[in-house]
Ligand binder design. Sequence first.
Ligand SMILES: Nc1ncnc2c1ncn2[C@@H]1O[C@H](COP(=O)(O)OP(=O)(O)OP(=O)(O)O)[C@@H](O)[C@H]1O
Length: 260
Amino acid sequence: MTSVLSVQNVGVRASNGSPMVQDVSFDLPKGATLAIAGPNGAGKTTLLTVLAGLQEFAQGDVLFDGKSLRDMSMQQRARKIAVVSQQSAPDARLTLRDYVAMGQMPVWADASAKEHSVALQSILQLTALSELADRPLGQLSGGERQRAHIARALAQKPEVLFLDEPTNHLDPDAKGRMLSLVASLGVSVIMVVHDLVMIPEFASHVALMKNTRLTGFGTVKDVLTPETVRTTFGVDYLLLSHEGREIPALDIRKTEVPHT
Ligand SMILES: Nc1ncnc2c1ncn2[C@@H]1O[C@H](COP(=O)(O)OP(=O)(O)OP(=O)(O)O)[C@@H](O)[C@H]1O
């Protein structure tokens, strides 16, 4: 099995010394779609940010195709890694086409203007944005803007695409379409996912986190079970039979209501 990413004993502490992520290790196979899941404060975003090279880490190492993130220049990182974060807030006056084309800058020298233009068209098509290409970003809906961020990241031709909650603020139908798009991209994907029931349909692998530590890593089938969901999240995870398929559901009722 070839791994695209090897995470070795990664640990991060806040400036006050408190742990944000502790002793995380796993190998991610090439082409996998990894969902990082866990309760609030588990360390998901910190781990994603560290793996994407956006946050320093004191302990351990992160290797892309055997090369340490610490030894990679910004240019080398940009050729391997693309990130779509909650903080992406580009100039609202940019047209969608220009915004997506900016993603091509790290690979600009690799191809002719014609090749870039063809690649741009195909990315806009894949993300169902061709018809909106001339609109300023400020005139797009939240879901369309989310797709624009992904299109821009794809224009970078990354080997690994990092997404922080790609379905945040999307309605159920748009969520399903966004995750189908992500699963069909043909690159390795690492994403933070809050909505557990989305994971079996759209991810191949899952990393479960709790209290800043990794509590499970592997294929979704092996790791996301009623037992691990109960231990990690304290809710019941059900697999309901519907028209020959298993549909995941969560029973989130609480017998005790916390006092306000
Ligand atoms: N700047 C900071 N200083 C100190 N501790 C921090 C800081 N940022 C985050 N933490 C702590 O680090 C831990 C991991 O936080 P992180 O944001 O990665 O969790 P998360 O799983 O992404 O949470 P959520 O689901 O709520 O977004 C938490 O305990 C959090 O309180």
